[in-house]
Design a protein. Structure first.
Length: 284
């Protein structure tokens, strides 16, 4: 899902930098008034001369851009600015009129709240295969853009690493639609609180394969608290290190793995395959 969102961000970015092709077919000068037949020839020659001059300027402008990749030396015109962004953000020296028709292997960044807030949730769900999460993502982005969710305030509140600040932040996060215990614990972990381990079905699998403990949804929280209590206040770091060590035994070292194989590291591939029972053959 994250990869799909990054791909979408690159598409949105390029579309915002590249004007619609149809705008180039709209005349930017008023239509000539009807004149006497004897003056038509003169106006026709003048129009052709002006069009030829304008076409030559455009061609010369793009030739100059192609020969000068250093961005700070390009003249700051609106046309050149579009090409500057295209070069800097996608690594391509491209024609801004044809970029949307050209294939590329680049990966975008994770979309910003402003980019996500403008999207339709149904489009986002279908494009990135997010399902019901699409609506929550759009709503979250809109809350940030509209100022109802203050990210700066949350960051300032986490400067103090204490149980009191942790509980206050957790309460604030729970007010956001879609933020349950697992999501809140993950966000707070990213903010520097490592004493709580976000638990889900992956935790149950890990406890079974590494610690030989048959845990369940009801018992997994108490199970991880008991196992990792000795690492306080860094329980999550110990759990995460243990988890990745087990991943690398299965898939190899992450540092030696090509980026294209990162997506292969999923919890579904960590499950042991059930043994196939031999079916009895019917005897006549």
């Amino acid at each position: 899902m994250a990869e799909a969102l990054c791909d979408l961000q690159l598409e949105l970015q390029l579309k915002s930098l590249v004007p619609d092709k149809t705008e180039h077919f709209i005349p930017e000068t008023p239509a000539l008034k009807e004149v006497e037949p004897k003056k038509k020839l003169q106006n026709s020659k003048a129009s052709k001369c002006l069009a030829s001059q304008f076409s030559g300027e455009i061609k010369q402008g793009f030739e100059n851009l192609s020969n000068d990749i250093v961005l700070d030396k390009v003249q700051p015109t609106s046309r050149n600015l579009r090409v500057e962004h295209c070069i800097a953000d996608s690594g391509l020296l491209c024609d801004p009129h044809l970029v949307t028709d050209t294939g590329f292997d680049k990966v975008g960044n994770f979309p910003t709240p402003t980019e996500l807030a403008k999207l339709d949730k149904n489009f986002l769900a279908k494009r990135c295969k997010l399902g019901y999460r699409a609506g929550r993502i759009v709503k979250l982005a809109q809350g940030i853009v509209e100022g109802r969710i203050q990210l700066r305030q949350l960051e300032e509140n986490c400067m103090e690493r204490s149980l009191n600040s942790y509980h206050k932040l957790a309460e604030q996060l729970r007010q956001i639609d879609g933020f349950g215990p697992f999501t809140c614990a993950n966000v707070l972990m990213c903010m520097g609180f490592y004493h709580v381990i976000p638990t889900d079905s992956e935790t149950i699998r890990h406890l079974a394969q590494v610690h030989a403990i048959q845990s369940s949804i009801r018992t997994m929280v108490t199970d991880v608290e008991r196992i990792y209590a000795k690492y306080a206040p860094f329980q999550f770091l110990a759990y995460w290190s243990e988890l990745w060590n087990f991943y690398e035994k299965r898939f190899g070292k992450l540092s030696e793995m090509p980026c294209s194989d990162y997506k292969l590291i999923t919890a579904s591939k960590m499950r042991t395959k059930p043994r196939q029972q031999n079916k009895r053959k019917k005897t006549a």
